[in-house]
Design a protein around this ligand. Structure first.
Ligand SMILES: NC(=O)c1ccc[n+]([C@@H]2O[C@H](COP(=O)([O-])OP(=O)(O)OC[C@H]3O[C@@H](n4cnc5c(N)ncnc54)[C@H](O)[C@@H]3O)[C@@H](O)[C@H]2O)c1
Ligand SMILES: [Zn+2]
Length: 362
């Protein structure tokens, strides 16, 4: 019996199927969707290709399958790679009944999703995520590529027709990818599900995480994301809660240089900052020291890197897609499981940020 979570948004309902080794069953799963598919176009990166592409090609051996490989990493989310995907799709003769399969992490999901959304104004799209982080990125329908002036600036909301999450593939990930992806699991607990957060807190090291009941933890983290996007598909309201830790996190990623710190590691620093700001704003005690101690034992650093200037970080935060009317929106934690979106004047935030960096807090 395949375990399925139904993802409901206002534009579409689709299944997320999760399990160990289910990549070998994709044909059966796709057939169960009752979609007429003329051909498959698998987009993957050069690392995932070597690990899992053959498995898919093998199960789809009776079908017409085209593949396109991009380099691994954020650079694949460029207009040039996007265009090369479209060229390959056209040259292969994909039609409106063709299906794009994203085989890989968040980068491949975002790139292939945007290809699927725009090829002939949109064709069938299936996500086969292979990273821990992709429990987050494969749900919710945000697809995008980057512009040199900003990450994810060219994109769309385009829900997949199915997500097939084979968590066996996670075991070939590097430790840094586990760390990066687990940050989003922690975030999902903190903003929405105190029980999930309490349970993940019992995991003290990365090797404990790898040997934990991943299926159960990921299902609960996915349920948080699914619940939020089902109420707000296109981010008019509560979907912004998912940005917890990300306003500063994105700024740190950009300032430190993409690749020098992973997305999730930057988000953890952003989460700790948002929690300190929350303590001050609501005058509450969120037990940050204990949480920081736990995060350190997992391998995260929680201090804002000293070399980063508060001026430059604030400038980045102002440019965030989510900043409005000169105010920077911060998602704050009232208590574990409950967040709010609070706009801050940039000067207020600058003063707080400078104090945090100079105090070496973290
Ligand atoms: N659409 C959304 O809602 C959303 C949400 C969060 C993040 N994102 C995007 O996701 C991207 C980050 O995703 P990511 O961290 O998964 O990055 P990624 O896709 O670059 O994968 C990380 C690395 O792991 C490798 N890899 C992937 N699967 C593997 C496996 N099973 N075994 C071994 N290696 C494997 C990849 O080749 C890559 O080098 C960012 O571009 C971010 O903007 C999107
Ligand atoms: Zn994130």
């Amino acid at each position: 019996m395949l375990e399925t979570i139904q993802i409901q948004t206002s534009s579409k309902q689709y299944p997320l199927i999760i399990g160990n080794g289910i990549r070998h069953q994709i044909k059966k799963i796709i057939q169960s969707l009752n979609q007429k598919v003329s051909s498959y176009f698998i987009i993957t990166d050069n690392i995932v290709e070597k690990l899992y592409l053959n498995d898919l090609v093998k199960v789809l051996e009776d079908e017409q399958v085209f593949t396109h490989i991009v380099p691994s990493g954020e650079e694949a989310k460029s207009i040039d790679h996007y265009y090369a995907c479209q060229t390959k799709a056209l040259e292969s003769g994909l039609d409106r009944q063709s299906c794009v399969i994203a085989l890989g992490g968040g980068v491949i999901g975002d790139l292939a999703g945007f290809v699927a959304a725009t090829y002939m104004r949109g064709i069938t799209f299936i996500q086969i995520p292979t990273t821990l982080l992709a429990h987050d990125s494969s749900v919710g329908g945000k697809v995008a590529i980057n512009h040199p002036l900003g990450k994810n600036m060219i994109g769309a909301f385009y829900q997949p027709d199915a997500v097939i999450y084979d968590i066996e593939t996670l075991h070939s990930l590097h430790d840094t990818e586990w760390l990066s992806g687990f940050a989003e699991v922690i975030k999902h607990g903190l903003i929405w599900d105190k029980n999930l957060f309490d349970d993940v807190c019992k995991i003290k090291t990365m090797s404990e995480l790898k040997n934990s009941n991943l299926n159960s933890i990921l299902k609960r983290a996915i349920a948080v994301k699914a619940d939020i996007v089902s109420q707000d598909e296109t981010e008019k309201g509560i979907r912004a809660y998912l940005n917890f830790g990300h306003t500063l996190g994105h700024a740190i990623e950009a300032e430190a240089g993409y690749g020098s710190i992973s997305h999730g590691e930057a988000v953890i620093i952003g989460i700790v900052f948002a929690m300190r700001l929350s303590e001050e704003h609501y005058n509450v005690d969120l037990n940050i020291n204990e949480i920081k101690h736990w995060l350190h034992s997992l391998g995260y650093s929680t201090a804002i890197p000293e070399k980063l200037s508060p001026e430059r970080l604030i400038n980045r935060m102002k440019k965030d897609k989510k900043a409005q009317h000169g105010k920077i929106n911060m998602i704050l934690l009232k208590e574990i499981g409950i967040v709010e979106n609070i706009p801050f004047h940039e000067n207020t935030l600058y003063t707080f940020l400078k104090k945090e960096i100079e105090g070496g807090v973290g």
